[in-house]
Design a protein around this ligand. Structure first.
Ligand code: PBG
Length: 339
């Protein structure tokens, strides 16, 4: 309820909407490049390769990632989130390549750190889906995703990433207890400096489709269907639930998360708001691949103004309480804001 609702005709809310300068003066939310994180896909090849369902997004070589990181720094984007795309022949049932200190992601992290030092933050997912033949985030046995066995692998994966030089590890797997295990493992390895951004409220969402295309884990999840675990609903949250998101966030904070994330953002603006109000901690939101694809598809058809829709969709995530938004539109929005 507004504190001073006023009364027509003395009060006319259109009065402050008359001019651009006036609208800017009374705006209560502003978007800055520092509010954006740029997710990037790195693959094992020299030539970049477009993601068909994400027009404008490409899988890049390590050199390409280094250039993108430099561009992020120039644009004032504080951090990049790196996702590895492996050739199918490097995937295994147990995703063991995740623990290899020389894997693609670790090499990319080292290359970015070498070129940009600490000018740009590097965020890495902790989860097994890029590495598993079945595309699940955890270990799969007898038609079930194992929790504690997976956590044991994830905490080692987090240390491997920290040693490669990543600043923030971001468990995106939704196993129970993984944040505490990762914090303990990082501390035991002397890496008190590495932050944990937990994908705390991550919903089992249809909007991750294009991301799975990008990783090639869509086909993998079809393999999983044959093994009896077709989707991620036994670990990611049911979009029907709001209160459960607050319990997830509370647990992750208790276990040592420095920042929490709500994902997807556009279908959970209420959850972003509730998390920020309830906990007052750094709250991030992920505008996921499907949200990006929808806007790009409509824009390509001339059905809406893509740039305006992109800026508006991210601005309202900030208004809902997000401190920072992961979005594939990050460089475009940063350029728009700066011009
Ligand atoms: C996997 C992961 C996913 C995303 C980020 N990390 C997909 C999934 O959970 O299946 C989705 C990001 C996007 O759709 O843009 N741990």
């Amino acid at each position: 309820m507004p504190h001073h609702p006023g009364r027509y005709p003395t009060t006319r809310l259109r009065r402050t909407r008359q001019h651009d300068w006036l609208r800017r003066m009374v705006a209560d939310t502003a978007l800055a490049p520092a509010d954006l994180i740029w997710p990037l896909f790195v693959h094992e090849h020299e030539a970049s390769h477009p993601v068909a369902s994400m027009p404008g997004v490409e899988r890049l070589s390590i050199d390409g990632i280094v250039k993108a990181a430099a561009e992020a720094a120039t644009l004032g984007i504080p951090a990049i989130a790196l996702f590895p795309v492996l050739d199918a022949r490097h995937k295994t049932d147990d995703g063991r390549l995740a623990l290899d200190a020389d894997n693609l992601l670790c090499r990319a992290v080292r290359a970015v750190r070498k070129e940009t030092a600490d000018a740009v933050g590097i965020i890495c997912d902790v989860a097994l889906d890029p590495y598993t033949t079945h595309g699940h985030d955890g270990l799969l046995r007898d038609g079930r995703i194992l929790n504690d066995e997976t956590v044991d692998v994830l905490r080692r994966q987090a240390v491997v990433l920290a040693e490669a030089g990543c600043h923030v590890v971001a468990p995106s797997d939704m196993m129970d207890g993984r944040v505490g295990a990762i914090r303990a493992a990082l501390d035991a390895a002397g890496r008190h400096d590495v932050c944990i951004l937990s994908y705390a409220a991550k919903y089992a969402s249809a909007f991750y489709g294009p991301f799975r295309d990008a990783l090639g884990s869509h086909a993998a999840l079809a393999t999983a269907a044959a093994l009896g675990v077709a989707d991620k609903k036994t670990y990611q949250m049911d979009p029907a639930n709001g209160d459960e998101a607050l319990r997830e966030v509370a647990l992750d904070l208790a276990e040592g998360a420095d920042m929490v994330m709500v994902k997807p953002a556009g279908t959970a603006l209420d959850v972003i708001w509730r998390v920020k109000q309830a906990f007052g901690v750094p709250t991030l939101a992920y505008q996921v691949s499907g949200e990006y694809a929808m806007i790009q598809a409509a824009a390509a058809n001339g059905w809406l103004d893509g740039r305006k829709a992109a800026v508006e969709s991210v601005l309202v995530m900030k208004r809902a309480g997000a401190d920072c938004i992961l979005t594939y539109f990050a460089p475009e929005i940063a350029r728009t804001i700066r011009s």
